[in-house]
Design a protein around this ligand. Structure first.
Ligand code: NAD
Length: 294
């Protein structure tokens, strides 16, 4: 069994992104990512500060805007408009979820598609589905890179995605069955209404678990030698302590899988690395500067 080391693959991508930052800076463009947070949820605050630290690490400019979580929705839309109009901002990420009084779909539509480094604007979703992605969403793109790093070519294989969310399940399914490198798999999407889930997952050469259910994928649900990608990040109590587990029962499945991603240290670091990747890509396209994307 091979552990797929997301930290190592992400470090390589970050290093390639840092080279892109140098190229852009030499051409007079200082790539910049703006994060916007309208929430006092500690997990969201942590995610945003990690993204800002990541920017600093690769030499990229990070800008952060806090919007009061009880401010009118207009304040968030206005903030996005200002960032859209600012030529020194290349990527915009609004940390989700936003408060209930804010329309998430309107937020996603408000971001300039050319700066939409999450890839959630309907135009960018459409391009991905059409096989002509501008920004691949960060988690699915990271998964594709992990498969490549583990020398797993999805072409012709059976892939089963567990979860149909807009941010993970749907886009990774599209990338896996789509044409091109890292695609061409025969792909099944399972979800909360799927009957006999194990019958599907047992057939798979590649299982992508993105359900948000702690350790739901057990050894009896995967075939011998399968590649198992665990997207889940679930906080659970174990022996009186709070700990993070994935959607895969790692100890159980590791003995049977051919390759598996750990949690933490698998998909998580890749999501962050691909956000940096999308930001230098956005900067290079907005300023027409050639870069050598990693
Ligand atoms: P979500 O709640 O939006 O979607 C979960 C999906 O799983 C739904 O489509 C639902 O139908 C399906 N599902 C739920 N229970 C199921 C079951 N018992 N059997 C089959 N399908 C089931 O979640 P999401 O945003 O896609 O995130 C999924 C998990 O991945 C969460 O744990 C989240 O924290 C994690 N996540 C991790 C990263 C990362 O970078 N590692 C990024 C995004 C999300």
């Amino acid at each position: 069994m091979t552990d797929i080391d997301g930290n190592a693959v992400a470090a390589e991508i970050r290093s390639g992104v840092a080279d892109c930052v140098d190229t852009l800076t030499d051409a007079g463009v200082e790539p910049a990512l703006a994060t916007v947070l309208m929430s006092d949820d500690p997990a969201s605050e942590t995610y945003v500060s990690m993204k800002q630290n990541d920017c600093e690490e690769v030499g990229m400019r990070g800008i952060h805007v806090d919007v009061d979580d009880d401010a009118p929705a207009e304040e968030l839309y206005d903030t996005i408009d200002e960032l859209n109009d600012d030529p020194e901002v290349h990527g915009i990420l609004v940390q989700l979820p936003v408060p209930d009084h804010v329309d998430t779909q309107r937020v996603l539509r408000a971001i300039d598609p050319a700066k939409d480094v999450d890839g959630f604007h309907p135009e960018n979703v459409g391009r991905l589905v059409g096989g002509n992605a501008r920004f691949k969403p960060c988690t699915p793109h990271g998964i594709q890179r992990l498969l490549a790093a583990a020398d797993v070519d999805p072409e012709g294989k059976e892939a089963v995605v567990v979860g149909r969310s807009d941010i993970v399940g749907k886009p990774i399914a599209n990338l896996l069955f789509g044409r091109g490198e890292g695609g061409n798999a025969t792909t099944t999407v399972c979800h909360s209404r799927t009957e006999n889930l194990a019958e599907h997952t047992r057939r798979a050469d590649i299982v992508v678990a993105a359900a948000g259910v702690p350790e739901m994928i057990t050894a009896d649900m995967v075939s011998e030698g399968a590649t198992v990608i665990d997207v889940g990040i679930n906080r659970v109590e174990r022996d009186g302590e709070s700990t993070l587990v994935g959607d895969v029962d790692y100890d159980d499945v590791a003995g049977k899988a051919g390759a598996i991603t750990p949690v933490p240290g698998g998909v998580g670091p890749m999501t962050r690395a691909m956000l940096l990747y999308n930001t230098v890509k956005a900067a290079s396209e907005q300023h027409d500067v050639d870069i050598d994307l990693p």
